[in-house]
Write a protein that binds this ligand. Structure first.
Ligand code: PLP
Length: 284
């Protein structure tokens, strides 16, 4: 496939970065993944806003505006066939001449972007949807989880726990037994018809699918939505559990640590929510 590296489009297998790149040495960078279907982007504006906020938070000076990012995405989609593509964007603090913790001066950030094939957009159909099985574990990542940092070892280790247990994801809870998110998704519960998700703070990534879903449910459905603390006791007693991410959209969870969620079947509120999401996924 064709990727982009520091101003140049080239075959992915020919792209090279310096081993002194701070993205490589320190995980010192910010990234995004934006889904696209047939050349149409999902959530482009909020994804770029989040990337710009992340770079500002870690003081990477990279001043592309939305139009420049849009052009990059469109070129990458076109060069890679305009199919169903995830677009990965990555800005690291760049390649220094030495390994030294302080932010270097006068070093150009590295911009790397590539695409990868993704499945068809998810469909609101109980017979076609996959019921996700998840593990749970204490969230042992750092306390700046609102930053979409390329340093993902904490997330990788949590994901691996679920994977090793034969599950598809791992949901996480803090020292107070409160749900945070999953290793690569945000998390939701449904109780008595109300959709509930943990509030935005430094414990979770402000997911774009989360943002879009909450907005879509509030604007276009009569489903009640709450952003508030969710305990693991509530997770265990929930009628439905969902995880959301750009590629999965709203994914129904049917078991947590081998215990069925609700009836163990994909729920009716999920169906309504994913249907509404589908109708509006290209609006953002
Ligand atoms: N939380 C974490 C830790 C993630 O890595 C991701 C996405 O990769 C999400 C949540 C979901 O975010 P989004 O909906 O923007 O894809």
């Amino acid at each position: 496939s064709i990727c982009y590296l520091n101003g140049e489009y080239l075959p992915l297998d020919q792209a090279r970065i310096s081993p002194l790149d701070r993205g490589f040495l320190f995980g010192d960078g910010i990234y995004e993944v934006i889904p696209s279907y047939g050349g149409k982007l999902v959530g482009f504006g909020p994804h770029i806003d989040r990337m710009q906020e992340g770079m500002a938070l870690i003081e990477i000076g990279f001043d592309w505006d939305h139009a420049q990012w849009k052009d990059l995405c469109q070129q990458l989609m076109a060069k890679n066939g305009n199919g169903n593509l995830g677009i990965y964007l990555h800005v690291s603090r760049g390649a220094d001449t030495k390994r030294y913790h302080a932010y270097p001066e006068g070093v150009e950030p590295t911009l790397f972007a590539f695409t990868f094939e993704i499945a068809q957009p998810p469909v609101a159909d109980k017979s076609k949807a996959k019921g996700y099985k998840v593990s749970s574990t204490e969230d042992l990542r750092w306390r700046r989880c609102h930053i979409k940092s390329t340093a993902l070892l904490g997330n990788v280790m949590h994901f691996q726990k679920g994977y090793a247990e034969g599950n598809n994801e791992t949901i996480l809870y803090n020292a107070n037994n409160e749900l945070t998110e999953a290793s690569a998704c945000n998390a939701f519960i449904v109780k008595n018809g109300v959709v509930i998700t943990p509030p935005l703070d430094t414990q979770i990534l402000p997911g774009i699918t989360r943002l879009m879903l909450l907005d879509i449910l509030r604007k276009y459905t009569d489903i009640k939505v709450e952003e508030r603390v969710v305990t693991m006791k509530e997770v265990a007693a929930a009628d439905e559990v969902w995880i959301t991410s750009s590629s999965k959209e709203v994914a129904p969870v049917i078991s947590v640590d081998g215990k069925a969620v609700g009836t163990g079947q994909i729920g009716d509120v999920w169906l309504k929510a994913q249907k509404a999401f589908e109708a509006h996924r290209y609006d953002y």
